[in-house]
Design a protein around this ligand. Structure first.
Ligand code: NAD
Length: 352
């Protein structure tokens, strides 16, 4: 019998090639006049492009975003926003840049306009993250949810394959876990299934032909759906494990997701048969875990924890950390099973 709670977040999405050109219009629509433009150092030129489009609504550029939002980086960005008397933050980039905007908003309430250039999905969620002394804390706060999001496939077209593949697997992970979430509801499940279909269709194209605008648009559409699902329901084993591995062994975010996802699906296989059927169907595979593994392989994403720098003798500690605090997952999270999962992931074995 159906039994659910559904809560929708207010957010405005402008989707399509050329939507980046509507940046000034969107800022003005919100009644804002002085934007601090955020990016990583590597995407500074894109930040300049954003500033050019904003014209007089540019308060300044702060191209200092780094992965996992260290508290020092957040403090410096907040200080710059204050000094510039910014009344909003325009975040152009991946999850790291959007995360920096969220860190400012968490403290100051500054509205965010996001222009995503990866498939992380952070732009659709009220989830923030901050890293202090190597430990990452995350939380939810409506204040950090971007007020407007401009999805322009022209910005993800050209995403290097080694970023696009893992980033796409990161988006797939949101959809997979949304389908077996404790608080899943019919709308997020529809979004998640459609997200998997779009990503599975588009990602092989964007990796093989990064400039294909059609493929890029479809992947971005899948990433949007994935971000919506991530924002609305609670994630399980896969996200918790990636969080632990990323934080404890300094592994790159999207790449950890790419490696772990098939193994997390295999772990949950028998405990969430209905979700697994939907995932497998959406992938066009006979088994969800194997379908995810084959897709990651096709995308040229890293396939093992060994490949992304995890030491083999870290497996035991990771298994302990991952089973310390109980949380909901379709199959109970227990040490022996998680250790086996991590061993398979370390070697990059195809799920049985
Ligand atoms: P990222 O933002 O760190 O980007 C990775 C690299 O790719 C950066 O150097 C960036 O400059 C570059 N890059 C981004 N877009 C590019 C493009 N179009 N072309 C060329 N280079 C480009 O990586 P990410 O995977 O998008 O984000 C990871 C971070 O986001 C992690 O800290 C993760 O925890 C967080 N995250 C948060 C949420 C949330 O809801 N709060 C969701 C997903 C991820």
């Amino acid at each position: 019998m159906l039994n659910f709670t559904y809560e929708q977040f207010p957010s405005r999405v402008v989707f399509g090639a050329g939507s980046f050109d509507r940046l000034a219009e969107e800022v003005e629509r919100l009644g804002l006049k002085r934007a601090i433009v955020l990016s990583t150092p590597g995407q500074r030129r894109l930040a300049d492009e954003a500033a050019r489009r904003l014209g007089v609504a540019t308060a300044g550029i702060h191209a200092e975003a780094v992965m996992h939002v260290p508290v020092e980086t957040a403090r410096a960005a907040r200080e710059t926003a204050r000094r510039l008397a910014a009344d909003c933050a325009v975040a152009i980039g991946g999850g790291s840049t959007i995360g920096l905007a969220k860190a400012i908003a968490l403290d100051t309430g500054l509205p965010i306009i996001a222009v995503p250039t990866t498939y992380s999905g952070s732009e659709m969620t009220p989830i923030w993250g901050l890293t202090d002394g190597g430990v990452k804390r995350t939380g939810r706060d409506r204040k950090v949810l971007p007020r407007a999001v401009l999805y322009d496939p022209a910005l993800t077209a050209g995403l290097p394959a080694k970023i696009a593949g893992p980033s796409g697997m990161n988006a797939l992970a949101h959809c997979v876990e949304a389908l077996y979430a404790q608080d899943a509801n019919p709308i997020t499940s529809l979004m998640a299934a459609e997200g998997i279909r779009a990503l599975a269709r588009a990602l092989p194209t964007v990796v093989a032909q990064p400039l294909d605008l059609e493929g890029s648009g479809e992947a971005l559409y899948g990433a949007w759906l994935a971000g919506c699902a991530l924002g609305m329901v609670a994630m399980g084993l896969h996200h918790k494990l990636c969080h632990t591995l990323g934080g404890s062994f300094h592994l790159p975010h999207a790449e950890v997701h790419a490696v772990i996802l098939p193994h997390a699906a295999a772990y949950n296989r028998s405990a969430a048969p209905a979700a697994m059927r939907v995932i497998a169907d959406a992938l066009g595979a006979s088994d969800a875990a194997q379908g995810l593994y084959d897709l990651a392989n096709k995308l040229g994403a890293p396939m093992s924890l060994r490949d992304i720098g995890m030491p083999q003798d870290g497996i035991e500690r990771a298994a302990q950390l991952a089973t310390e605090n109980p949380y909901y997952n379709p199959r109970p999270v227990e040490y022996a099973g998680i250790r086996r999962l991590l061993e398979d992931a370390w070697h990059g074995r195809r799920p049985a």
